[in-house]
Write a protein that binds this ligand. Structure first.
Ligand code: PSU
Ligand code: MN
Length: 307
């Protein structure tokens, strides 16, 4: 068996030891969320955005049984180029024992970031409660991870293919703080709004850092949740609402007509949406992810400065 312990890149280990800012990056968005070759370019761009701001990127994945926090160029090539499995938290021990490789979801990325001591994480969108959950019980393990690991996740909300209201209810039940970054409303991935108001809004990275510091001070060992920093897609990069609504309605109708069920529904819908939008949904996806990475860099910098 390979060593199942988390392996930090030298760069990440040094930065953490010296109290310099580090931002965790998810690998499932690279391997499953974005098509080739855009995915490899995006992986490089996210890291470059952070480095340009003096922040150390820690892309997270499991390679040959080793959970890695901070991945080199060859590792990024593998994540973008290979047909990797998608691993959530429950898959980590099996992969480690078998020497397997996988991209990590938000949940698994949070777990490994927490083990490494990385406090801030950027992704595109969170997993959540699926439409029809009352009969399928389909709810992403991302929500349970947010309740369990002290990592702040900068995201553009959840995709409107999920049940946004139910997702927010579950986050409340799980005692996960949800804070709008420059917004009073929860964003819905491709759109900056969703009709769901938020209780808390911040307008600067320093305000987020203050909340994280307070969360650390109030921490109960083994029971400290993460935080959702809901960062809307910039207005000039958002999808047009009418096109969004039209394409989503077409996607749901097509899934129904093709009798797609269960866990095949989301991949079907997302592929349909990229296609039917003529690539617009992909451009919006890249823009919001880039923006989340930039904001996460500023938050990690403010948090490191306040420590
Ligand atoms: N949302 C996106 N793109 C993604 C995902 C979510 O807009 O690629 C991925 C993330 O890795 C997230 C995972 O953690 O899907 C949730 O999957 P599941 O519902 O199977 O837990
Ligand atoms: Mn699921």
């Amino acid at each position: 068996m390979t060593d199942p312990r988390v392996q930090l890149s030298e760069e990440v280990a040094d930065a953490l030891a010296e109290g310099r800012p580090v931002v965790a990056l998810e690998s499932t968005i690279i391997s499953h969320g974005l098509p080739r070759p855009h995915n490899r370019e995006a992986a490089a761009e996210f890291e470059a955005v952070l480095r340009g701001a003096g922040v150390v990127p820690a892309t997270i994945a499991v390679l040959d049984g080793v959970p890695r926090v901070g991945i080199d160029e060859a590792g990024l090539d593998r994540i973008a180029g290979e047909e990797l499995a998608k691993a959530s938290v429950r898959d980590l021990p099996v992969l480690a024992a078998r020497g397997g490789s996988a991209a990590t979801t938000v949940a698994a990325t949070m777990r490994l970031a927490a083990l490494a001591g990385v406090r801030v994480f950027a992704t595109g969108g969170l997993g959540g409660v699926h439409r029809g959950f009352a009969t399928t019980f389909d709810e992403s393990a991302d929500l349970g991870a947010l309740a369990a690991y002290p990592v702040a996740v900068v995201c553009a909300g959840v995709k409107s293919v999920l049940d946004i209201g139910a997702t927010l209810e579950r986050l409340e039940t799980l005692s996960v703080p949800v804070v709008g970054y420059g917004t009073d409303e929860f964003p819905s991935f491709w759109l900056p709004d969703s009709g769901h108001p938020l209780d808390w809004r911040v307008d600067s990275p320093e305000e987020v850092a203050a909340i994280l510091t307070a969360q650390d001070a109030l921490a109960q060992p083994g029971a400290t949740p993460g935080l959702v920093l809901a960062n809307p897609v910039p207005a000039d990069a958002a999808w047009n609402r009418a096109d969004h609504d039209r394409v989503l309605a077409q996607a749901f109708a097509a899934a129904d007509a093709a009798k797609v069920r269960g866990k095949a529904v989301t991949p079907f819908l997302l592929a349909f949406i990229v296609d039917a939008s003529g690539g617009t949904s992909l451009e919006v996806n890249l823009a919001l992810a880039r923006n989340n990475v930039a904001v996460a860099g500023r938050v990690a910098t403010a948090y490191a400065a306040s420590a």
